[in-house]
Design a protein around this ligand. Structure first.
Ligand SMILES: [Mn+2]
Length: 315
Protein backbone atom coordinates (compact mmCIF):
# COMPACT_ATOMS: atom_id res chain seq x y z
CA UNK A 1 0.00 0.00 0.00
CA UNK A 2 2.76 2.47 0.91
CA UNK A 3 4.49 1.77 -2.39
CA UNK A 4 1.28 2.46 -4.29
CA UNK A 5 0.80 5.75 -2.44
CA UNK A 6 4.38 6.80 -3.14
CA UNK A 7 3.97 5.91 -6.81
CA UNK A 8 0.87 8.11 -7.01
CA UNK A 9 2.66 11.00 -5.30
CA UNK A 10 5.53 10.63 -7.73
CA UNK A 11 3.20 10.57 -10.73
CA UNK A 12 1.12 13.72 -10.10
CA UNK A 13 2.38 17.28 -10.40
CA UNK A 14 -0.57 18.75 -8.54
CA UNK A 15 -1.47 17.31 -5.14
CA UNK A 16 -4.28 18.67 -2.98
CA UNK A 17 -4.63 17.51 0.62
CA UNK A 18 -7.89 17.57 2.60
CA UNK A 19 -8.87 16.60 6.16
CA UNK A 20 -11.96 16.62 8.36
CA UNK A 21 -14.10 19.61 9.32
CA UNK A 22 -13.42 21.29 12.68
CA UNK A 23 -9.81 20.08 12.56
CA UNK A 24 -7.86 18.97 15.62
CA UNK A 25 -4.05 18.99 15.83
CA UNK A 26 -3.82 15.55 14.20
CA UNK A 27 -6.05 16.42 11.24
CA UNK A 28 -4.23 19.66 10.59
CA UNK A 29 -0.79 18.34 11.54
CA UNK A 30 -0.97 15.28 9.30
CA UNK A 31 -2.36 17.33 6.41
CA UNK A 32 0.19 20.14 6.58
CA UNK A 33 3.09 17.77 7.34
CA UNK A 34 2.28 15.62 4.31
CA UNK A 35 2.20 18.79 2.21
CA UNK A 36 5.59 19.84 3.59
CA UNK A 37 7.16 16.41 3.14
CA UNK A 38 6.06 16.26 -0.50
CA UNK A 39 7.21 19.84 -1.08
CA UNK A 40 10.74 19.27 0.19
CA UNK A 41 10.99 15.95 -1.59
CA UNK A 42 9.61 17.24 -4.90
CA UNK A 43 10.19 21.03 -5.12
CA UNK A 44 8.76 21.12 -8.67
CA UNK A 45 5.31 19.86 -7.64
CA UNK A 46 2.40 22.07 -6.61
CA UNK A 47 1.09 20.87 -3.23
CA UNK A 48 -1.82 22.44 -1.37
CA UNK A 49 -3.68 22.09 1.93
CA UNK A 50 -7.35 23.00 1.77
CA UNK A 51 -10.24 23.44 4.20
CA UNK A 52 -11.41 26.20 6.49
CA UNK A 53 -8.79 27.93 8.54
CA UNK A 54 -9.09 27.07 12.22
CA UNK A 55 -8.05 30.18 14.21
CA UNK A 56 -7.11 28.23 17.36
CA UNK A 57 -4.65 26.14 15.31
CA UNK A 58 -3.24 28.82 13.03
CA UNK A 59 0.06 28.56 14.92
CA UNK A 60 0.39 25.15 13.24
CA UNK A 61 -0.62 25.87 9.64
CA UNK A 62 -2.70 28.09 7.37
CA UNK A 63 -4.75 26.73 4.49
CA UNK A 64 -4.27 27.49 0.78
CA UNK A 65 -6.78 28.93 -1.69
CA UNK A 66 -7.09 26.46 -4.55
CA UNK A 67 -8.78 27.22 -7.83
CA UNK A 68 -11.41 24.69 -8.95
CA UNK A 69 -9.54 24.19 -12.22
CA UNK A 70 -6.51 22.73 -10.44
CA UNK A 71 -8.50 19.66 -9.43
CA UNK A 72 -8.82 18.33 -12.96
CA UNK A 73 -5.34 16.77 -13.07
CA UNK A 74 -4.75 16.49 -9.36
CA UNK A 75 -4.09 13.75 -6.89
CA UNK A 76 -6.33 14.35 -3.86
CA UNK A 77 -5.33 12.90 -0.49
CA UNK A 78 -7.73 13.00 2.48
CA UNK A 79 -6.15 12.68 5.93
CA UNK A 80 -7.73 11.62 9.23
CA UNK A 81 -11.34 11.37 8.01
CA UNK A 82 -13.43 8.18 8.27
CA UNK A 83 -16.63 9.39 6.63
CA UNK A 84 -17.06 11.38 3.45
CA UNK A 85 -19.55 13.85 4.92
CA UNK A 86 -16.91 15.00 7.40
CA UNK A 87 -14.39 15.88 4.67
CA UNK A 88 -13.74 19.61 4.64
CA UNK A 89 -14.33 21.00 1.13
CA UNK A 90 -16.42 18.73 -1.04
CA UNK A 91 -14.23 19.32 -4.08
CA UNK A 92 -12.24 16.31 -2.85
CA UNK A 93 -14.22 14.28 -5.41
CA UNK A 94 -13.02 16.30 -8.35
CA UNK A 95 -9.44 15.08 -8.60
CA UNK A 96 -8.13 12.51 -11.05
CA UNK A 97 -7.22 10.14 -8.24
CA UNK A 98 -8.26 9.95 -4.56
CA UNK A 99 -6.36 8.47 -1.60
CA UNK A 100 -7.65 8.02 1.95
CA UNK A 101 -5.14 7.95 4.81
CA UNK A 102 -6.75 7.44 8.23
CA UNK A 103 -6.49 5.78 11.62
CA UNK A 104 -10.19 5.82 12.57
CA UNK A 105 -12.10 2.56 12.44
CA UNK A 106 -13.47 2.27 8.91
CA UNK A 107 -16.82 3.99 8.31
CA UNK A 108 -17.01 4.93 4.62
CA UNK A 109 -14.96 3.24 1.96
CA UNK A 110 -13.74 5.93 -0.40
CA UNK A 111 -10.79 6.56 -2.64
CA UNK A 112 -8.86 4.67 -5.30
CA UNK A 113 -6.41 3.76 -2.57
CA UNK A 114 -7.32 3.42 1.09
CA UNK A 115 -4.70 3.15 3.80
CA UNK A 116 -6.52 2.69 7.09
CA UNK A 117 -4.65 1.68 10.24
CA UNK A 118 -6.82 1.79 13.36
CA UNK A 119 -3.87 0.63 15.48
CA UNK A 120 -1.95 3.83 14.71
CA UNK A 121 -2.22 6.48 17.42
CA UNK A 122 -2.79 9.19 14.88
CA UNK A 123 -2.74 9.95 11.19
CA UNK A 124 0.42 11.93 11.96
CA UNK A 125 2.08 8.69 13.07
CA UNK A 126 1.09 7.14 9.72
CA UNK A 127 2.48 10.08 7.75
CA UNK A 128 5.77 9.72 9.59
CA UNK A 129 5.91 6.03 8.74
CA UNK A 130 5.16 6.91 5.10
CA UNK A 131 8.08 9.34 5.13
CA UNK A 132 10.36 6.54 6.37
CA UNK A 133 9.27 4.17 3.63
CA UNK A 134 11.85 3.94 0.85
CA UNK A 135 14.11 6.76 -0.20
CA UNK A 136 11.70 9.12 -1.94
CA UNK A 137 10.37 11.29 0.88
CA UNK A 138 12.35 13.61 3.11
CA UNK A 139 11.50 15.11 6.48
CA UNK A 140 12.35 18.58 7.68
CA UNK A 141 11.88 20.56 10.89
CA UNK A 142 8.53 22.07 9.85
CA UNK A 143 7.05 18.66 9.08
CA UNK A 144 8.51 17.17 12.28
CA UNK A 145 6.88 19.89 14.39
CA UNK A 146 3.49 19.31 12.74
CA UNK A 147 3.65 15.53 13.16
CA UNK A 148 4.75 15.84 16.77
CA UNK A 149 1.77 18.15 17.41
CA UNK A 150 -0.59 15.62 15.81
CA UNK A 151 0.76 12.69 17.82
CA UNK A 152 0.73 14.66 21.07
CA UNK A 153 -2.84 15.79 20.36
CA UNK A 154 -4.33 12.41 19.54
CA UNK A 155 -2.54 10.56 22.36
CA UNK A 156 -3.45 13.14 25.00
CA UNK A 157 0.24 13.82 25.53
CA UNK A 158 1.08 10.08 25.37
CA UNK A 159 -1.47 9.21 28.07
CA UNK A 160 -4.19 7.41 26.08
CA UNK A 161 -3.96 3.66 25.43
CA UNK A 162 -3.46 4.27 21.69
CA UNK A 163 0.14 5.19 22.56
CA UNK A 164 2.40 2.33 21.51
CA UNK A 165 6.08 1.55 21.45
CA UNK A 166 6.09 2.70 17.83
CA UNK A 167 4.38 5.97 18.79
CA UNK A 168 7.10 6.71 21.32
CA UNK A 169 9.88 5.69 18.95
CA UNK A 170 8.53 8.02 16.27
CA UNK A 171 8.04 10.84 18.76
CA UNK A 172 11.65 10.32 19.80
CA UNK A 173 12.77 10.58 16.18
CA UNK A 174 10.77 13.76 15.69
CA UNK A 175 12.32 15.40 18.75
CA UNK A 176 15.68 15.20 17.02
CA UNK A 177 14.45 18.07 14.81
CA UNK A 178 15.08 21.52 16.16
CA UNK A 179 11.62 23.01 16.75
CA UNK A 180 10.48 25.02 19.75
CA UNK A 181 8.68 22.49 21.90
CA UNK A 182 7.65 24.97 24.57
CA UNK A 183 6.03 27.24 22.01
CA UNK A 184 4.24 24.24 20.51
CA UNK A 185 2.87 23.07 23.89
CA UNK A 186 1.80 26.61 24.75
CA UNK A 187 -0.12 26.76 21.47
CA UNK A 188 -1.78 23.40 22.15
CA UNK A 189 -2.52 23.68 25.86
CA UNK A 190 -2.44 27.23 27.15
CA UNK A 191 -5.98 28.25 27.98
CA UNK A 192 -7.64 31.65 28.09
CA UNK A 193 -9.20 32.89 31.35
CA UNK A 194 -12.72 32.32 29.94
CA UNK A 195 -11.88 28.64 29.33
CA UNK A 196 -10.45 28.32 32.84
CA UNK A 197 -13.71 29.71 34.22
CA UNK A 198 -15.74 27.31 32.11
CA UNK A 199 -13.66 24.44 33.53
CA UNK A 200 -14.62 25.73 36.97
CA UNK A 201 -18.28 25.68 35.93
CA UNK A 202 -17.96 22.10 34.62
CA UNK A 203 -16.37 20.90 37.86
CA UNK A 204 -19.12 22.59 39.91
CA UNK A 205 -22.03 21.33 37.84
CA UNK A 206 -21.28 17.89 36.40
CA UNK A 207 -23.45 14.90 37.18
CA UNK A 208 -21.93 11.52 38.02
CA UNK A 209 -24.22 8.49 37.90
CA UNK A 210 -23.84 5.12 39.59
CA UNK A 211 -22.61 3.49 36.41
CA UNK A 212 -19.64 5.87 36.28
CA UNK A 213 -21.14 7.95 33.49
CA UNK A 214 -20.57 11.65 33.98
CA UNK A 215 -22.38 14.37 32.04
CA UNK A 216 -22.28 18.11 31.68
CA UNK A 217 -24.68 20.24 29.65
CA UNK A 218 -23.53 23.56 28.30
CA UNK A 219 -26.51 25.56 27.10
CA UNK A 220 -26.26 28.64 24.92
CA UNK A 221 -27.04 30.80 27.97
CA UNK A 222 -24.08 29.38 29.83
CA UNK A 223 -21.72 29.88 26.91
CA UNK A 224 -22.93 33.45 26.49
CA UNK A 225 -22.23 33.99 30.16
CA UNK A 226 -18.62 32.88 29.64
CA UNK A 227 -18.30 34.60 26.28
CA UNK A 228 -17.45 31.37 24.43
CA UNK A 229 -18.66 29.71 21.27
CA UNK A 230 -19.23 25.97 20.84
CA UNK A 231 -15.91 25.16 19.19
CA UNK A 232 -13.87 26.80 21.97
CA UNK A 233 -15.41 24.45 24.54
CA UNK A 234 -13.46 21.53 23.04
CA UNK A 235 -10.53 22.60 25.19
CA UNK A 236 -12.42 21.48 28.29
CA UNK A 237 -13.45 18.04 27.07
CA UNK A 238 -10.86 16.13 29.12
CA UNK A 239 -11.83 17.85 32.39
CA UNK A 240 -14.29 15.22 33.65
CA UNK A 241 -11.89 12.38 32.90
CA UNK A 242 -9.72 13.49 35.80
CA UNK A 243 -12.42 12.75 38.37
CA UNK A 244 -12.29 9.61 40.48
CA UNK A 245 -15.09 7.19 39.64
CA UNK A 246 -15.68 8.45 36.11
CA UNK A 247 -15.70 5.62 33.56
CA UNK A 248 -17.11 7.52 30.58
CA UNK A 249 -18.31 11.03 30.10
CA UNK A 250 -20.17 13.21 27.69
CA UNK A 251 -20.16 16.95 27.22
CA UNK A 252 -23.19 18.45 25.51
CA UNK A 253 -22.77 21.81 23.84
CA UNK A 254 -25.87 23.57 22.59
CA UNK A 255 -25.64 25.34 19.25
CA UNK A 256 -28.28 27.11 17.21
CA UNK A 257 -30.16 24.15 15.75
CA UNK A 258 -28.39 21.22 17.34
CA UNK A 259 -26.52 19.96 20.37
CA UNK A 260 -23.02 18.69 19.88
CA UNK A 261 -22.00 15.75 22.08
CA UNK A 262 -18.40 14.89 22.85
CA UNK A 263 -18.06 11.35 24.19
CA UNK A 264 -15.05 9.99 26.03
CA UNK A 265 -14.39 6.68 27.77
CA UNK A 266 -11.77 4.96 29.88
CA UNK A 267 -12.92 1.45 28.94
CA UNK A 268 -16.43 0.90 27.57
CA UNK A 269 -16.60 1.09 23.77
CA UNK A 270 -18.67 4.11 22.79
CA UNK A 271 -18.24 4.78 19.08
CA UNK A 272 -21.20 2.58 18.09
CA UNK A 273 -23.35 4.80 20.30
CA UNK A 274 -21.96 7.91 18.62
CA UNK A 275 -22.81 6.33 15.27
CA UNK A 276 -26.40 5.80 16.37
CA UNK A 277 -26.61 9.54 17.10
CA UNK A 278 -25.35 11.09 13.87
CA UNK A 279 -21.68 10.78 14.70
CA UNK A 280 -18.75 8.43 15.03
CA UNK A 281 -15.09 8.24 15.93
CA UNK A 282 -12.71 6.11 17.92
CA UNK A 283 -13.71 3.35 20.36
CA UNK A 284 -12.89 5.58 23.34
CA UNK A 285 -13.33 9.08 21.89
CA UNK A 286 -16.21 10.02 19.64
CA UNK A 287 -18.48 12.84 18.63
CA UNK A 288 -22.22 12.90 17.98
CA UNK A 289 -25.05 15.35 17.35
CA UNK A 290 -28.51 15.39 18.89
CA UNK A 291 -31.37 17.73 18.13
CA UNK A 292 -33.11 18.10 21.48
CA UNK A 293 -32.39 17.63 25.16
CA UNK A 294 -34.78 14.63 25.09
CA UNK A 295 -32.52 13.03 22.50
CA UNK A 296 -29.53 13.92 24.70
CA UNK A 297 -31.21 11.94 27.50
CA UNK A 298 -31.52 8.95 25.16
CA UNK A 299 -27.83 9.17 24.32
CA UNK A 300 -27.03 9.20 28.04
CA UNK A 301 -29.23 6.14 28.61
CA UNK A 302 -27.34 4.26 25.90
CA UNK A 303 -24.03 5.23 27.48
CA UNK A 304 -25.32 4.28 30.91
CA UNK A 305 -26.04 0.75 29.65
CA UNK A 306 -22.49 0.18 28.37
CA UNK A 307 -20.98 1.73 31.51
CA UNK A 308 -23.04 -0.54 33.78
CA UNK A 309 -22.15 -3.60 31.73
CA UNK A 310 -18.50 -2.61 31.91
CA UNK A 311 -18.64 -2.17 35.70
CA UNK A 312 -20.27 -5.60 36.08
CA UNK A 313 -17.56 -7.24 34.00
CA UNK A 314 -14.86 -5.73 36.21
CA UNK A 315 -16.41 -7.10 39.39
MN1 LIG B 1 -6.63 11.68 14.31
Amino acid sequence: MLDEILTAIEKFNTIIIHRHVRPDPDALGSQAALQEVIRVSYPEKQVFSVGENEPSLSFLAEMDDVDDALYANALVIVCDTANTDRIDDERYQRGEMLIKIDHHPEVDQYGDLQWVEPSASSTSEMIYSLSLHGELLHMNTTAARLLYAGIVGDTGRFMYPNTTKRTMAYAGDLLAYDFDRQQLFDGLYQIKPEIAKLKGYILQNYILGESGLSTIRLTQDIMNEFGLDASQTSQTVSTLGELEGVVAWVMFVEEKNQIRARLRSKGPIINHIAEAFHGGGHPLASGATVYSWEEADKLCQALDVVCSAYAKKLK
